[in-house]
Design a protein around this ligand. Structure first.
Ligand code: AMP
Length: 277
């Protein structure tokens, strides 16, 4: 496994790479969710590239960026064990060199949900992913559906900008108690960790209500809020029942719906989602 830190080193390594190339962008503190993306990339690619970069441009408050967990030695060992060929672990200045002054801003699909809760977040995501796509030139790039809206935003960007990298969406990997794996889970206290599966319970309760025939979006949102309210450690940010393609909120569930929510536990912002019908 080669570890490269500059744009130039990455380009040099990839000139000789056997194709197809699969890219897995991450912010490090790797867990089994990331490894599932690597496994999928490994199965479909001759060369697997993982990027490890905590992207300051996608964090609103610098405190959240500073608190993001980091452990490169552990991440590199996990990449090695997972059969990664190249790790790109650049500095902030390498990704955004002096004079950097471009922003990729995706439209309507980036507006609601995480986009509304975290202004500027998806501009940061789209910009860094555009840079990674350009640098790596992968045939495919792998993203997790835990960040459902992020997948939609990146797909829109890749289509609109005619980027030749295919966006592959992978299912969410969960802890045995249902909590979606996330690097942020490491920041939960033991009590917060014990409380965190309430997100999943709320989504499953909402999904069960839809499957039982409920068609009112408001009623399904109320079910999710009621479950979240059972857990005093959790402060809801939003609950949503939306069209999975447009992410517009649904008054009436008539085809597929995306149930999603965000909640704060121990001041850690956790998200999850579930698709129904
Ligand atoms: P992150 O390091 O949190 O930016 O995540 C890097 C990639 O891994 C993103 O595409 C995430 O959606 C994906 N990912 C994060 N957590 C999970 C999970 N529990 N299951 C599957 N993919 C995940």
């Amino acid at each position: 496994m080669q570890v490269v830190r500059t744009r130039a080193e990455l380009r040099a390594v990839l000139v000789a790479a056997t194709r197809p190339v699969g890219l897995v962008p991450t912010m490090g503190w790797l867990h089994a969710g990331h490894v599932s993306l690597v496994d999928r990339a490994r199965a479909e690619s001759a060369t697997v590239v993982v990027s490890i970069f905590v992207n300051p441009r996608q964090f609103g408050q610098s405190a959240d960026f500073a608190r993001y967990p980091r452990n490169e030695a552990r991440d590199l060992a996990m990449c090695e064990a997972a059969g990664v060929d190249v790790v790109f672990a650049p500095s902030v200045d390498e990704v955004y060199p002096p004079g950097f002054d471009t922003r990729v801003s995706v439209g309507a699909i980036a507006g609601p949900l995480e986009g509304a809760a975290r202004p500027g977040h998806f501009d940061g995501v789209a910009t860094v992913v555009a840079i990674l796509f350009a640098l790596v030139g992968a045939e495919r790039a792998y993203f997790g559906l835990k960040d459902y809206q992020q997948v939609q935003v990146i797909r829109r960007m890749a289509t609109d900008l005619a980027l030749p990298t295919e966006v592959v969406a992978c299912e969410t990997v969960r802890e045995p108690d249902g909590l979606a794996m996330s690097s942020r889970n490491a920041r939960l206290t033991p009590d917060g960790r014990a409380a965190a599966p309430v997100l999943r319970r709320a989504l499953l309760a909402g999904a069960a209500r839809v499957r039982a025939g409920e068609r009112s979006g408001a009623a399904v949102r109320d079910v999710m809020l009621a479950v979240l309210a059972e857990e005093p450690a959790a402060t809801p940010d939003y609950v949503s029942v939306a069209n999975p393609d447009t992410l517009a909120e649904l008054d009436a569930v008539a085809g597929q719906a995306l149930l999603s929510l965000a909640a704060l536990i121990d001041e850690v912002r956790l998200i999850d989602n579930e698709r129904v019908l």
